[in-house]
Design a protein around this ligand. Structure first.
Ligand SMILES: *[C@@H]1O[C@H](CO)[C@@H](O)[C@H](O)[C@H]1NC(C)=O
Ligand SMILES: *[C@@H]1O[C@H](CO)[C@@H](O)[C@H](O)[C@H]1NC(C)=O
Length: 621
C-alpha cells in the first residue's frame, strides 16, 4: 500500500511537472538528484530492468537521453485484478511478465526452510497454531522435497468459513449431507489405519464415480495411517453446488476472525434466489447485475466494445470473482446452467467437490484426473519449441458447458462463444499494436477485421458432433448448422502448435496438467481457482486470459511477435509442471487439507492443534 501511495504521489508530481513547464521539470530533476537513487516508478522506465526479459543491452540510456517524448505513463491496476492499459505506457505484457517473475522469485526465496519457520509463518498468516500432526506433515514435505511449503492459502479460503460455525452445527450439517443424493462418504475411524469409502448415495452403478474419489484418496497411501479420525462427504460430479449466502458467510468469517463461533439457529432465513446472494450488497454483481442473455435461436454474435479501454489480467484469482466481475454470471456454463442461480444453502455444507467457484463453499481437494508424468513427451508427439511450426492458437474439444435446450442460453457459454468468435468472419476486434520493445508507447488499440485475423491466428473447433443437446427439440441440429465439427487432433498434431488454449468445460479443465507439461505456451481462461492457484504464477508459467476473451487476440499478437518471451514462458511452464505438480505435491496439499479438516470438524479444535516445536514436547511441560 505504501508503495502505491508513493508511486501515485510521484505520478502526480510528474503530471504537474509537464503541465507547468520546464522549470518544474528542472526542480524535480534536482530533487531526484538530491535523493540519489530515483523512486521506484521512475526506475521502471528510465533504467529499465530488462534482466528478466534477457535483453541486457537495453539496460541503460545514454546520458539523459530518454526515448519517450513525453512523460511515460503508468497502467492502472484495479483491486479486482485487472490492468487497464494506458496507451502512453509500454505494452503491458512486458510489465506483467516482469512483475510476475519478481513476485514468483520473492515467493520462492522467502519459503520456510525449517519446521520452526513454517510454524511462525503459519501463525503469521492464519493467526492460530497449525493443526495437530503438522510436524509429521513437515517431515513429508522435507522427505519429498515439496517446494513452497507455506503457500496453502487455497486451504484457508476453503476452510476459514467453517471455523466460524459451531462444531456441533458443523457435525449436524455433515450428517444431513450424508443423506443427500450423490454423496460418497469417506472415513477414518480410530480403529482403522486407512481412509475408506464407507457409504454412498450415488444411484445406479456408482463404480466410475467411486474410482474418481479413490483416485484422490490414493494420494495419501504413504501417510494415511498418521491421519487423525475423519469423516467427510465427497461429490464425484464435475460441479460445485454449495452456493453461499453472503450474510451467513460474513457472520462465520467475522466469528472466525474473532476466534469465536456462531450457531446455525442465528443465521438469517433464506428468501432470495440467485447467484448474487453469494455477494456483498455493495459489489457490482448486486449493484448492476447484467441481464441474462436472450434465449436461442438468437445466436451469440461476437461483439466487442471497441471503444472500451483494453484490460489484462494482473491477478488471475481476483478476476475469477463473479461478485467483482458479474459478466462471468452470464458468459459461463457453470452459472448460465442455473439461469439467475439457485437458492443459497441455509448453512455451511462441508461437501468436498472436484472444483468450486468463489461463490461456493464446497471444499476442493487436489484432483489427479488427467495427471501425466511428462517423462515420455516425445513418444506422445511433442517436439521442442523450435520445431513447432504452427503459430495459430490451438483448441479442440466438445461443446460442453451447459445442456442445450430451447430454453437454455447455451450459445453464450464459454466454449460456444470461443468457437463462434474464433471462426467468425463478421465484425471487428480491437488489438493493441505490439512494439518491438518496452521503450515504445503501445498506443491505441487498432480495429482489425475478424475475417483477417481468424484464419491466420486461430485454429479453434469443436470435434465429433453436437453433444449435451436436445435431439427432438432441434438444438443438436442448430449447433451443427452453427459450427463446423471437425475430427479430433492426435497428440502429434497438437504438438505442432506453439500456442494452446485451455478453457473450462462442464467444470474445471482436466487437461491443464497435460497441456502444461508440453513444450507449448498455454493460455488459460477459467473461473475455478484450484489447489495450485497460490503455487503457480500467471505470466511466468502460463498466459491468463479473461473469460470474455477481450484480451485473447492481444496476447496472441504479442507472443507471435515476441517469440523469445513465448518460448521462455512455455519452458518455465513445463518446468513448473514437472517440479510443482508431481503426485507428491498433490499429496502434500491433500495431507495438510485433511489435517486441517480433522481439526475444524472435531468437537475440540484446541486439542487438535499442534503444540509448539519439537523442543517443547509434552514431557517438558
Ligand atoms: C463502450 O465503451 C465505452 C468506453 O468505456 C462506454 O462509454 C460505452 O458505453 C460502451 N458501449 C457499450 C455498448 O457498452
Ligand atoms: C472494422 O475495421 C476496419 C479496419 O480494419 C474498418 O475499416 C471498419 O470500418 C471497421 N468496421 C466497423 C464496423 O467498425
Amino acid at each position: 500500500m505504501a508503495l502505491r501511495t508513493k508511486r501515485s504521489v510521484w505520478r502526480l508530481l510528474f503530471r504537474s511537472a509537464f503541465s507547468l513547464g520546464f522549470l518544474w521539470l528542472a526542480a524535480i530533476t534536482l530533487h531526484r538528484l538530491s535523493f540519489g537513487s530515483p523512486p521506484t516508478h521512475v526506475r521502471v522506465f528510465s533504467v529499465v530492468d530488462m534482466s528478466v526479459l534477457q535483453q541486457p543491452q537495453q539496460h541503460q540510456y545514454r546520458n539523459g537521453y530518454h526515448p519517450w517524448n513525453s512523460a511515460p505513463e503508468e497502467h492502472t491496476y484495479t483491486p479486482d485484478g485487472l490492468l487497464i492499459v494506458n496507451p502512453n505506457g509500454p505494452h503491458p505484457i512486458f510489465e506483467l511478465i516482469r512483475n510476475a517473475e519478481n513476485e514468483w522469485n520473492a515467493k520462492l526465496q522467502r519459503a520456510s526452510k525449517t519446521l520452526e519457520e513454517a510454524v511462525v509463518e503459519y501463525e503469521r498468516r492464519y493467526k492460530r497454531p497449525p493443526p495437530l500432526g503438522f510436524d509429521k506433515w513437515w517431515d513429508y514435505v522435507v522427505k519429498h522435497d515439496v517446494l513452497l511449503p507455506d503457500e496453502y492459502d487455497e486451504i484457508y479460503y476453503d476452510l476459514e468459513p467453517y471455523w466460524g460455525l459451531h462444531p456441533e452445527d458443523l457435525a449436524a450439517s455433515e450428517r444431513e449431507l450424508e443423506e443427500r443424493d450423490d454423496i460418497i462418504v469417506v472415513a477414518k475411524t480410530p480403529e482403522s489405519d486407512k481412509l475408506e469409502i464407507v457409504r454412498t448415495t450415488v444411484k445406479g452403478n456408482p463404480t466410475a464415480f467411486l474410482v474418481r474419489i479413490s483416485d484422490i484418496l490414493n494420494l495419501l497411501e504413504e501417510v494415511e495411517h498418521d491421519l487423525p479420525p475423519l469423516r467427510m462427504s465427497f461429490s464425484p460430479h464435475d460441479n460445485p453446488n454449495m452456493l453461499s449466502d453472503w450474510r451467513i458467510k460474513s457472520m462465520v468469517m467475522n466469528a472466525a476472525k474473532r476466534g469465536t463461533t456462531v450457531r446455525q439457529k442465528d443465521f438469517p432465513p433464506i428468501h432470495t434466489v440467485g447467484w448474487a446472494q453469494g455477494c456483498q450488497p455493495s459489489t457490482p454483481a448486486r449493484v448492476k447485475r447484467p441481464p441474462l442473455p436472450a434465449l436461442p435461436p438468437h445466436a451469440y454474435e461476437p461483439q466487442f466494445n471497441t471503444s472500451a479501454p483494453k484490460t489484462f489480467i494482473a491477478s488471475h484469482r481476483a478476476t475469477m470473482d463473479p461478485c467483482a466481475h458479474p459478466s462471468l454470471l452470464v458468459t459461463h456454463g457453470q452459472f448460465l446452467s442455473h439461469y439467475a442461480g439457485p437458492y443459497p444453502q441455509k448453512t455451511l455444507v462441508p461437501r468436498f467437490s472436484l472444483c468450486a467457484t468463489q461463490l461456493h463453499h464446497d471444499i476442493r481437494p487436489p484432483v489427479p484426473y488427467g495427471w501425466v508424468s511428462g517423462l515420455d513427451l516425445e513418444e506422445h508427439g511433442d517436439v521442442p519449441w523450435e520445431e513447432k511450426i504452427d503459430e495459430r492458437l490451438d483448441w479442440r474439444g466438445s461443446n460442453t458447458g451447459l445442456y442445450a435446450s430451447s430454453n437454455t442460453p447455451w450459445s453464450y457459454a464459454q466454449r460456444a462463444r470461443l468457437v463462434s468468435l474464433a471462426n467468425s468472419v463478421i465484425g471487428n476486434v480491437s488489438i493493441l499494436p505490439v512494439p518491438e520493445d518496452e521503450n515504445t508507447k503501445v498506443g491505441e488499440p487498432e480495429e482489425v477485421r475478424l475475417a483477417r485475423v481468424n484464419p491466420a491466428w486461430m485454429d479453434v473447433a469443436f470435434v465429433g458432433g453436437a453433444i449435451m443437446c436436445d435431439e427432438k427439440g432441434g438444438t443438436c441440429k442448430e449447433m451443427e448448422k452453427m459450427w463446423e465439427f471437425r475430427r479430433s487432433q492426435g497428440r502429434k498434431e497438437e504438438g505442432r502448435y506453439k500456442f494452446i488454449l485451455d478453457v473450462d468445460g462442464n467444470g474445471w479443465s482436466g487437461r491443464f496438467k497435460r497441456l502444461m507439461t508440453t513444450n507449448s505456451l498455454i493460455f488459460k481462461a477459467t473461473i475455478y481457482p484450484e489447489w495450485y492457484t497460490s503455487r503457480i504464477a500467471p505470466w511466468v508459467h502460463y498466459v491468463p486470459i479473461q473469460v470474455s476473451y477481450t484480451d485473447l487476440y492481444d496476447a496472441v499478437a504479442f507472443f507471435r511477435t515476441h517469440d523469445d518471451l513465448a518460448k521462455r514462458i512455455a519452458s518455465e511452464g513445463r518446468a513448473w509442471s514437472m517440479r510443482f505438480w508431481r503426485k507428491e505435491d498433490m499429496s502434500a496439499y491433500l495431507y495438510r487439507l485433511f489435517l486441517e479438516y480433522a481439526r475444524v470438524s472435531s468437537m475440540d479444535r484446541d486439542a487438535m492443534s499442534y503444540k509448539g516445536s519439537s523442543t517443547v514436547g509434552e514431557e517438558d511441560l
